[in-house]
Write a protein that binds this ligand. Structure first.
Ligand code: COA
Length: 531
């Protein structure tokens, strides 16, 4: 495979201005990420530490293998949302435990006693999906006041799904471990209740359906917390706990020992020798347009992500607005689909063909999304843009190889779907800070609504009120602008996190390696259709 030859000029004005703007976006990202580590604030953190307990990130660090990565999922969930803390009261991600890639979920006990908020539930659900979709064992570090009671109406009914998923994973031979460090009440009691392995920490874990006050109210029985649901009782009497840990570190050690018994994953392909890219990842900051309305050459991005910058481009001269081809990332073979302009009929059909080729050879897919949508207009409709777009969406939907999507710019309209947006269940999806997402751009959307309102007024024979229309258009444009922001998206779990573009290669490598824990189903029932 030949390397891509870069043609960028780091001294050019566009490179320099993109570099400056993207660097300042990264400073903002760093400060948001720093906020996500503060839990419920100083007062609650102090109280937690005074009780001799470890913070969730410390527990995770002690659980992980020495030198392991930790690919954090949705660290900025909840950011900017009323009644939510940055991180949504839970810390989670993928890391190595006893040599196995595992999903780790830790309640943040300093945030509302570890209660699960509305966005916290979405994040738990996403972490559960990461475990299920990639066949990863899960380890939950439990210390939770259960449901966030004032918002129970938003979480009670969907909340049941998490418990169902644990046991469905068990049926798929994907084990789960709960290590209980503190309170685990009511619904929360089913976390250990449904897990395959339960570890409880002596004098700390308290697991019951209802605490002493509730028991007294319900039956008149007076009982203390330890007798009702302490680690000792559950290990010796009820049998809910399989292992009694002497302290927090002992609990984490036991969890590591349990993982060391899990079966290997022999179907994972052995990686090829790893070559670094020929060009520095730092240049990505000068390449990616800070203003997503300005297009940029996606091969320059690929050249800074893949091994040896080598890229075997497929159908290079056909449907050129979608770049497709084969490469390796940290020795793992991949097929890449990357936008280089608006999606046309030929580019969509080419994408569908390429996805089939990758499925035929069990090659994972990487989508690099920077898409304003499909081409519109009479001629394009006549050529069948919907029909060809449908082929790509069909191929993306039914592809069974793992896919990882990186939002490297805009994501608008059906382009989001065709390029494996969130609804198409890529195994992982991360965004660069310049990412914007919406059904269409704010100006276009408010312009469309303006035309619709004018036409409605004309049909009703009413003269348009120009002042009112202008104000409505401005307000809508501002609203869509805010809703298109990368932090609006990541707060609501539309992605798995915002990353520094320079970390893309590492993030892709961890994601791909984690995704390959699941054997490929190989469900192709037809040969590859040539388009
Ligand atoms: N929902 C919403 N907020 C909750 C909460 C819940 N389930 N549980 C606790 N909180 C809040 C508290 O009101 C308190 O807020 P404040 O500091 O603004 O007053 C904060 O979280 C910390 O709670 P606190 O009780 O001081 O913490 P603690 O560490 O001493 O005790 C618990 C933690 C979990 C033992 C205790 O809060 C508790 O028993 N909570 C209720 C558990 C329960 O019955 N859940 C049923 C869920 S279905």
């Amino acid at each position: 495979m030949r390397p891509i030859k870069s043609t960028i000029n780091p001294l050019s004005e566009p490179f320099q201005s993109n570099y400056a703007a993207n660097s300042s976006s990264i400073e903002k990202l760093k400060s948001q990420l720093a906020d996500s580590t503060k839990g419920g604030g100083e007062q609650y953190v102090k109280r937690h530490l005074a009780r001799g307990r470890l913070l969730p990130r410390e527990r995770i660090e002690m659980l992980l293998d020495e030198g392991s990565f930790f690919l954090e999922i949705a660290p900025l969930a909840g950011v900017g949302i009323q009644n939510e803390f940055v991180g949504a009261g839970v810390v989670g991600g993928v890391g190595l435990v006893s040599g196995r890639e595992c999903v780790i979920i830790a309640n943040e006990a300093t945030v509302k006693g570890g209660a699960v908020s509305e966005i916290g539930q979405l994040k738990n659900r996403r972490l559960s999906d990461v475990a299920t979709q990639n066949y990863l064992p899960s380890i939950t570090l439990v210390e939770s006041a259960g449901a966030d009671l004032p918002v129970q109406a938003k979480i009670f009914v969907p909340g049941g799904r998490g418990f169902r998923e644990i046991t469905r994973r068990s049926k798929l031979r994907i084990p789960s471990i709960s290590v209980v460090f503190g309170n685990s009440t009511a619904g929360g009691a089913y976390l250990p209740g449904m897990s395959d392995y339960v570890v409880m920490v002596r004098n700390q874990a308290q697991v019951f359906l209802g605490g002493p006050p509730l028991v007294k109210m319900a039956t008149g029985e007076v009982v203390d917390e330890e007798s009702l649901g302490g680690a000792e009782m559950h290990s010796r009497v009820s049998g809910l706990s399989d292992y009694l840990a002497e302290n927090e570190l002992d609990g984490l050690r036991i969890a590591r020992d349990i993982v060391s018994h899990f079966a290997d994953t022999p179907w994972k392909r052995r990686p090829r020798p790893v070559e670094p890219p020929l060009y520095p990842s730092d240049e990505l900051l000068g390449i990616a347009s800070a203003d997503i309305r300005v297009p940029f050459e996606v091969r320059e991005v690929i050249a800074r992500i893949v091994d040896g910058s080598r890229f075997d481009e497929f159908k290079a001269r056909y449907g050129t607005t979608l770049v497709t081809g084969f490469a390796c990332v940290h020795g793992m073979q991949v097929g890449i689909l990357a936008n280089n302009g608006v999606l046309m009929s030929e580019s969509a059909a080419k994408g569908a063909q390429f996805i089939q080729l990758c499925n035929q050879q069990d090659i994972p897919l990487i989508f690099l999304q920077n898409i304003t949508g499909f081409m519109v207009g009479r001629g394009y409709e006549e050529q069948g843009i919907i029909r060809n777009g449908a082929k790509l969406i069909n191929a993306v939907s039914n592809s069974t190889v793992p896919a990882v999507t990186i939002m490297i710019g805009g994501s608008y309209g059906a382009g989001n779907y065709a390029m494996c947006g969130r609804a198409y269940e890529p195994r992982f999806l991360f965004s660069w800070p310049n990412h914007r997402i919406a059904v269409m751009g704010p100006q276009q959307l408010s312009g469309v609504m303006d035309i619709i309102k004018r036409e409605a007024a004309a049909k009703a024979g009413i003269a348009p009120d120009e002042d009112k229309l202008r104000a409505a258009k401005q307000a809508l444009e501002l609203q869509i602008e805010q809703e298109s922001d990368v932090y609006f998206a990541t707060a609501r779990l539309w992605d798995d996190g915002v990353i520094d573009p320079r970390d893309t290669r590492t993030v892709l490598a961890i994601s791909l390696s984690a995704a390959c824990n699941r054997p490929v189903e190989g469900t192709m029932k037809w040969g590859v259709f040539r388009h």
